[in-house]
Design a protein. Sequence first.
Lengths: 217, 217
Amino acid sequence: MARNKHPEETVNLILDVAFRLFMEKGYEHTSIQDIIDQLGGLSKGAIYHHFKSKEDILFAVTDRMTAESNQMLAVIRDRTDLSGKEKLKTIFQESINRPVQNDIYTIAPDFHNNPKLLLSLLHETVEEAAPNYILPIIRQGMADGSIQTDYPEQLAELILISANIWMNPMIFNSNEEDSYRKFMVFRQMMQGFGLDVVDQQMLDRFQELASIYQKNK
Amino acid sequence: MARNKHPEETVNLILDVAFRLFMEKGYEHTSIQDIIDQLGGLSKGAIYHHFKSKEDILFAVTDRMTAESNQMLAVIRDRTDLSGKEKLKTIFQESINRPVQNDIYTIAPDFHNNPKLLLSLLHETVEEAAPNYILPIIRQGMADGSIQTDYPEQLAELILISANIWMNPMIFNSNEEDSYRKFMVFRQMMQGFGLDVVDQQMLDRFQELASIYQKNK
């Protein structure tokens, strides 16, 4: 008799296999059939019961990564030992340094071929990350005097769109030199808002990620 | 005997009809069949010979608008009576004031349902508009002393991504109040780069466009 697995176990199994294959071969070079072949007898129908397309699987894989990193963002947001401005710097540091970034840049989806993924990242940035993580930190900074602005929601959005979309090497196919130059302009923009929150270590790491992407795309 | 039209005449006829219908009914509420019905006997096959989908027709309609507005941008770029900074201000003014903006916000495509359109706008912004129109103006400003930056390409991109994507009411469904607040943060960003180039008249016009969109979406 076949084991009566819970559906979430099946979904997790599919995502585990897909994640590993995306890492090994890259997203563009992995087919749905490749994923099925590694699922030990799970039928094509079983996959399509849970996911409409390979792009759908990619969404689920990145959602799982996002959920993990949001945990980390929430911990920083809720600390009581830092000013708003210090939290902003910490959140940039921790975000760029976390190892899952290497995984994302290794999977290296081509946004040109996956416009829905771009739309999803744009909306996750503006409708989830900005209001839930950056906005509360900016509000704290306004209260403790470390950040000055009259428009915290919009400042949170502009900062994250710049960092997550414009500076994203996977969207604009940036190399290390492009990434260096974007980083310098981003730093100047932040300074214009009185936010001196990026440093050399972040620049080095940012260039490293661009380089990982260039090797894997 | 049927007239032997040139293909570009057929394409222009399709685009004229599609543009008028998009304006009257909105993009989302216009079907390919609506367009065919108004083409006076042109067959479905003739349309699909030139366009794969309704989205393809929208691309062609917006390309035609973009070509017209690029003419205007080129004229400003090539003037000899203005400093780089003055040209930047003029280009913002003329871009937001041109009547075709009313048409675009009346057609009001829903970017959520048309991710390829977003990708196309993003790449037109970064790969066409920024290098061809904003970059030469920034370079002139560096030469005449009216603009200071070490990274003209990246500054051009960041300015246009903010203005064309983040501030675009059609992408983020902004109302007049959101648009006011985004404009104020954008103004502060520009001032941080030493670029005091936006004014009250632009703000009024920007809010007017958001209001046109809210009425037509």
